[in-house]
Write a protein that binds this ligand. Structure first.
Ligand code: DGY
Length: 424
C-alpha cells in the first residue's frame, strides 16, 4: 500500500472514532449501536491510543465505571436514551446507574490495558491509569472464575449468545434450538433490521430465544443463581481463550505495576486450571478447536473461526495452524467466520460466514507471537485490503469482501490504526 493511501485511511479512521465519540465513550456505530459496548470499547481504545492516549485510557475507564459491585462488567452501558436500539434499558431493567444490560461480554480489557501501556509514549500517564484500572480488571476476571465456573472446571460458562459477542454463530444452533420460546414473551419490535438488511442479521427465531433468555435472567435479577437455571450454558472457546490471555496479562500487569497485595498466586491458579482444561476444546480428529456445551456435556458440533483464538491465548499448535491454512484456502480473503464448505456458511449473515477485523487482529497477533509469521501477515494484509477496497464496515462478505452490517464502524477503524495499517 502506498503512503498516500495509508495516510488517507489513517485520517478516515481517526475521523470515525471522533465522530462516534459521545464524550468519554465511543459508540460502535451510530444508529445500529448507539451506546457503549464492553469489548467494543476495549478494542476501540487501541485505536484511540494511536493518536490520543489520554482518550484511550478514558474509554476503558468509562466502561469500568459501570462495573457492578460483584465485579461483572455489563455488555452494554446505556448512557443516554436512544429509541433506535432494542432491547434498551427499559427491557433489561437492571436498576443500575448508569443503566446497563445484565450480562457480560468477552473480557478483553486487561489485554488492551497491557497493550496500550507497553506501547505508551506518555509512560507516567499510562502507569497511573493502569494502576487505577488494575483492581477493576482483577474484580472482573475474579467474577468470571468465581461466578461462571462454580465447579472449578477451569472453563467459564457463557449464558447468552450475546455474551459471546458472536450472537448467531452456528456454534450455538443446537444449544439455542433446545430453548423453548416463552409462551408469554413480551411482544417486541426489532430495531436492528431498520438499520441493516435483515439478510445480514440474526433471524427472528434466534431473536425470540435471545429475548426468552433475557426475560428469564431478568426474573432472577441477573444474580449468580442464573448459572444453574440457564437453559443456554456453553463454554465458549472464544471467551475462554480471551480470559486465559487476560489472566496472563493481568499477572504481567501485577508484576509490572507491583501492587504488593496483588493476588499473584490466585491469578496463576486460574491460568493453570484453564490450561489443564482446554483439552476439552480440541477435536483430535480435525485439529480444530470448538466450544463445549456444558448443559449437554458435549462439544458443540460446529467449529468456527473462534477456535483459532487459541493462538491469542498462547496455546495454538502446529495442527491448528495447518487447519487454519486449509480454512484460508476456501475464500479469497481471510478469515471467514465459518468455513466456506460448511453447510451452515452464509457469506453475509453476521457471524455465520463474514470476515471480521477484530477476530483477524486477535488471531493474527496470537499467531505472530507464536512464530506463525506467514499466517499472521496474511490476516493483517487481508484486513487492510478489505478496508482499503470497501471501507470501515462492521464485517465483510466472505466471498467478495463487500462491506456488510454497520458502516463507519469504530472497532474496524481501531483495528486499522492499531494494526492493519502496518500491512505490506
Ligand atoms: C446486538 O444487538 O446485535 C448486539 O450484538 C447485542 O449485544
Amino acid at each position: 500500500m502506498d503512503q498516500a493511501a495509508r495516510d488517507r485511511l489513517d485520517a478516515s479512521a481517526r475521523k470515525i472514532l471522533e465522530d462516534n465519540d459521545r464524550g468519554g465513550y465511543t459508540v460502535p456505530t451510530s444508529g445500529l449501536y448507539p451506546f457503549q459496548w464492553n469489548w467494543d470499547s476495549c478494542l476501540v481504545a487501541l485505536g484511540w491510543a494511536a493518536f490520543d492516549e489520554a482518550r484511550a485510557w478514558q474509554e476503558i475507564e468509562t466502561l469500568l465505571s459501570a462495573q457492578w459491585d460483584d465485579g461483572m462488567v455489563p455488555h452494554i452501558v446505556f448512557r443516554r436514551p436512544d429509541p433506535g436500539y432494542f432491547p434498551g434499558p427499559e427491557v433489561w431493567r437492571t436498576g443500575r446507574t448508569p443503566a446497563t444490560s445484565g450480562i457480560t461480554q468477552p473480557p478483553v480489557a486487561a489485554s488492551c490495558v497491557r497493550r496500550i501501556l507497553e506501547r505508551a509514549r506518555d509512560r507516567t500517564c499510562a502507569e497511573a491509569a493502569a494502576r487505577r484500572l488494575f483492581p477493576k480488571l482483577l474484580a472482573f476476571q475474579r467474577w468470571f472464575h468465581r461466578v461462571r465456573d462454580p465447579g472449578r472446571l477451569g472453563l467459564v460458562a457463557t449464558l447468552h449468545p450475546w455474551e459471546t459477542g458472536m450472537d448467531n454463530s452456528p456454534a450455538w444452533d443446537e444449544a439455542l434450538g433446545r430453548i423453548e420460546v416463552a409462551p408469554d414473551l413480551e411482544p417486541y419490535t426489532r430495531r436492528d433490521t431498520q438499520h441493516v438488511a435483515a439478510a445480514e442479521r440474526p433471524t427472528s427465531a434466534e431473536y425470540d430465544r435471545y429475548m426468552t433468555l433475557v426475560e428469564l435472567y431478568r426474573a432472577h435479577d441477573y444474580g449468580p443463581g442464573i448459572v444453574r437455571e440457564a437453559p443456554f450454558r456453553v463454554a465458549d472457546v472464544a471467551t475462554n481463550c480471551i480470559l486465559l490471555r487476560a489472566d496472563r496479562d493481568l499477572l504481567w500487569l501485577a508484576n509490572r505495576l507491583g501492587p504488593t497485595d496483588a493476588p499473584r498466586d490466585e491469578i496463576a491458579g486460574w491460568i493453570s486450571r484453564a490450561e489443564a482444561s482446554f483439552a476439552r476444546f480440541r477435536n483430535p480428529a480435525t485439529g480444530l478447536w470448538r466450544s463445549y456445551d456444558l448443559r449437554a456435556d458435549a462439544p458443540v458440533p460446529t467449529a468456527t473461526h473462534a477456535g483459532f483464538l487459541a493462538f491469542w491465548a498462547g496455546v495454538g499448535d502446529d495442527a491448528l495452524a495447518e487447519s487454519l491454512d486449509k480454512w484460508l484456502a476456501g475464500t479469497r480473503y481471510g478469515l471467514a467466520s465459518v468455513r466456506a464448505d460448511d453447510p451452515r456458511f452464509e457469506r453475509q449473515r453476521y457471524w455465520r460466514g463474514p470476515i471480521w477485523a477484530i477476530t483477524n487482529f486477535l488471531i493474527g497477533e496470537g499467531l505472530a507471537e507464536s512464530g506463525f509469521e506467514r499466517l499472521a501477515a496474511r490476516l493483517r494484509d487481508d484486513t487492510a485490503a478489505l478496508i482499503a477496497a470497501h471501507g470501515f464496515f462492521e464485517y465483510f462478505d466472505a466471498v467478495d469482501g463487500r462491506g456488510c452490517g454497520g458502516d463507519r464502524f469504530s472497532w474496524t477503524a481501531a483495528m486499522w490504526l492499531a494494526w492493519a495499517r502496518q500491512a505490506t
